[in-house]
Design a protein around this ligand. Structure first.
Ligand SMILES: Cc1cc2nc3c(=O)[nH]c(=O)nc-3n(C[C@H](O)[C@H](O)[C@H](O)COP(=O)(O)O)c2cc1C
Length: 363
């Protein structure tokens, strides 16, 4: 296979048409019951020329929900409704994996069954506010999970992974980043436990390992990826030594033969990168997906230099459903309207036009 952004690439058991990945993008367009409306199928179908689509975060259980109008995979009706999306993406020659998420402390009682407190490894309250059905509300101090509750968390991921099969996905991405539950266990700013799920680095990784063990009983490892975000401060996250800790996590993940490791490099809110990502990448033997702030030039350079096997683009895919073609043909990019990122409705979701073909021919 050529080291070309636009050439095909084999990831685990999936053959991709190109090396461009659509990064997971939560857009809050699902129904309140977590089912998927047809507008979501249109949205994803429009973007199916990406080599691989990683779905928006999909809560694995009612307890895992942290935002309004997010599509789930914990009820049969949700799985069935996702079929519209996967069928359309497949009909257009694309591939799509489900990003499995448990929000942990990034939630609010009003989003939880029985108005319960959100759960977390430790009682560490995030700064800021939760997005709820009645506007922004302050985050609360979460309830630390008891060790005896952890098998039920693992089961939530396993059950969602099973539903992802029924929904027709090509695989699953376990979301261990962006300050959600698995990341809250991985990073020492949020994991203050002293039992076998906290303390040392191996213990902090134990929940992720157990989740992967469970998910991989249902999916071949070549269809299971993991997303990590070592130094992203989003959702009030910190870690005392992301370089050492995430190199360790990457090395451990390496032995599993997973489809890929998907890394949000740096911090979404700044351009600084304190972690040495080539070193992190070197610790992982499999396919590496780089993300965060990549454009065409940086993506091509990352692939040519062997830094990345695949590059994920988030915001560029929002306004450019035909991003692959625009990059391949050197066409100008449309600019996304941030005001409609999370607002619901069709505007800013399915109405970004494809680039007119005639201009492409004369370009
Ligand atoms: C509107 C929006 C929604 C996002 N939703 C998710 C999500 O559901 N899961 C996730 O892991 N990352 C999510 N992200 C982060 C993106 O996947 C990506 O890491 C980030 O936008 C940086 O990549 P970019 O510079 O190519 O946009 C989101 C970002 C944006 C802008």
């Amino acid at each position: 296979m050529s080291a070309d952004l636009f050439g095909p690439f084999r990831v685990g058991e999936m053959t991709l048409a190109n090396r461009m990945v659509m990064a997971p993008l939560t857009r809050n367009r699902a129904q309140a019951d977590g089912t998927v409306p047809s507008v979501m199928a249109v949205h994803y179908g429009q973007r199916a020329s990406a080599g691989l689509i990683v779905s928006e975060s999909v809560p694995v259980s009612p307890q895992g929900v942290g935002y309004p109008f997010t599509p789930g995979l914990y009820a049969d009706a949700q799985a069935v409704s996702w079929r519209r999306v996967t069928d359309l993406v497949h009909a257009a020659g694309g591939r799509i994996v489900a990003q499995l998420q448990h929000c942990g402390r990034i939630s609010h009682p009003s989003l939880q069954p029985g108005d319960a407190l959100p759960v977390a490894p430790s009682a560490v309250r995030p700064d800021g506010q939760a997005v709820t059905y009645s506007g922004m509300q302050d985050f609360l101090t979460p309830r630390p999970l008891e060790a005896k509750e952890i098998p039920a968390i693992v089961a939530q991921f396993r059950d969602a992974a099973r539903q992802a099969k029924r929904a027709g996905f090509d695989g699953v991405e376990v979301h261990a980043g962006n300050g959600y539950l698995l990341d809250q266990f991985l990073r020492d700013g949020t994991n203050h436990r002293t039992d076998s799920y906290g303390g040392g680095i191996a213990s902090r990784m134990r929940l992720l390992n157990e989740v992967l063990d469970a998910v991989c009983t249902l999916w071949p490892t070549g269809r299971v990826g993991v997303r990590v975000t070592p130094e992203n401060t989003f959702n009030s996250m910190t870690d005392s030594d992301p370089q050492a800790h995430f190199e360790y996590f990457a090395a451990q993940l390496s032995s599993r033969g997973l489809a890929y490791l998907h890394v949000l490099e740096g911090d979404m809110s700044t351009t600084t990168r304190a972690v040495d990502y080539p070193a992190l990448r070197a610790a992982f033997a499999g396919t590496y997906i780089a993300n965060n702030g990549y454009d065409l030039a940086r993506a091509q350079q990352a692939i040519a230099a062997g830094h990345a096997d695949l590059v994920a683009f988030g915001t560029p895919f929002v306004a450019n459903p035909d991003l692959v073609r625009r990059y391949r043909e050197g066409l100008p990019l449309a600019v996304p309207d941030r005001n409609t990122f999370y607002t619901g409705g069709d505007t800013g979701y399915i109405d970004y036009p494809f680039h007119p073909h005639e201009e492409a021919l004369s370009a």
